[in-house]
Write a protein that binds this ligand. Structure first.
Ligand code: CP
Length: 312
């Protein structure tokens, strides 16, 4: 059984928790029909205060494929938050109906706050520029399927490392596994924040380098994690316009990569990966989308189990 009651932050996951979820995700991926009644009678609440395609729909598909049901909203404008209801009250209310809640919110720490008043497990489906732990589970399940081992890789993370919450979560988790080396590829203005570096590399593991150019490091990478420049987090439109086309992965550039390098992207993409790359077998980002559903099925089952045990 996993050690956590909620999934708020990828930092809360122990290596054992992570491997338990990934192993179950793999089992579900291989035989999804075996799990089609595992959440019969259970309800997932989806509270999305920010736009989403993959995260919300994969959570909903995950619960439906487990035999459960879904209630919720994808636009806070149709909820009573427009009448001034606090987040704490909204979450407490929905937790009277639902057995588990997945929540996305623009404010950092919103999922943590929600967990304080909810009467059911809370899953952070993205809180501002802070964390996106279920994207990390998606990324890890994808990597484990293509690379077999989660250790000993050179991992390039490219793009908006400042606001890209998926990068923050992934770095922490991949640093739990030995001999991974990280190459942080970004413009100076979008470098990984110091607070993330302190959290991720706190134990003296400073197995990382920071570079500006993707071309210079392309041939070293086992895994390339591309990210979009996060327009919605910029305070200055002029700065966004200047930085938005910092990187472009196209067929020509991919020629420099190793034959077994895999390219991941949490999606949505904007212009950072040309669509001509999609047909390259190393481009696994749409497979990653599907792994996201299987790993969320696993997470729902694990959290329901952990909370069931506590309640009995
Ligand atoms: N990767 C991801 O979080 O996508 P959505 O914003 O579409 O949910």
């Amino acid at each position: 059984m996993i050690s956590i009651k909620n999934l708020l932050n990828s930092y809360d996951l122990t290596k054992k928790d992570l491997l338990e979820i990934i192993d179950l995700g793999n089992e579900i991926y291989k035989s999804p029909d075996k799990f089609s009644h595992c959440a019969d009678g259970k309800i997932l609440g989806t509270l999305f205060f920010e736009p989403s395609t993959r995260t919300r729909l994969s959570f909903e598909s995950a619960m439906l494929r487990l035999g459960g049901s879904v209630v919720g909203f994808s636009d806070a404008g149709v909820s009573s938050s427009t009448k001034g209801e606090s987040l704490a009250d909204t979450v407490r209310t929905v937790s009277q109906y639902a057995d588990i809640i997945a929540m996305r919110h623009p404010q950092e720490g919103a999922a943590f706050l929600a967990s304080k008043t909810a009467d059911c497990p809370i899953i952070n489906a993205g809180d501002g520029g802070h964390q996106h732990p279920t994207q990390t589970l998606t990324d890890i399940l994808t990597i484990s399927n293509y690379k077999k081992d989660l250790s000993g890789h050179v991992i390039g993370l490219c793009g908006d490392l400042k606001y890209g919450r998926t990068v923050h979560s992934l770095l922490k988790v991949m640093s739990l596994f030995p001999n991974n080396k990280f190459i942080l590829i970004s413009p100076d203005e979008l470098k990984l924040p110091e607070y993330v570096k302190k959290e991720v590399f706190a134990d003296g593991n400073n197995n990382y380098e920071e570079v500006r150019s993707l071309d210079d490091v392309m041939d070293k990478l086992d895994i390339l994690y591309m990210t979009r420049i996060q327009k919605e987090r910029f305070f200055s439109q002029a700065q966004y316009t200047r930085l938005k086309d910092s990187y472009l992965l196209d067929k020509e550039k991919l020629k420099m990569a190793k034959k077994d390098c895999i390219v991941l992207h949490p999606l949505p993409r904007v212009t950072e990966i040309a669509t001509e790359v999609d047909s390259d077998p190393r481009a696994v980002y749409f497979k990653q989308v599907k792994f996201g559903m299987y790993v969320r099925m696993a997470l729902i089952l694990k959290l329901l189990e952990a909370n069931n045990d506590r309640n009995n």
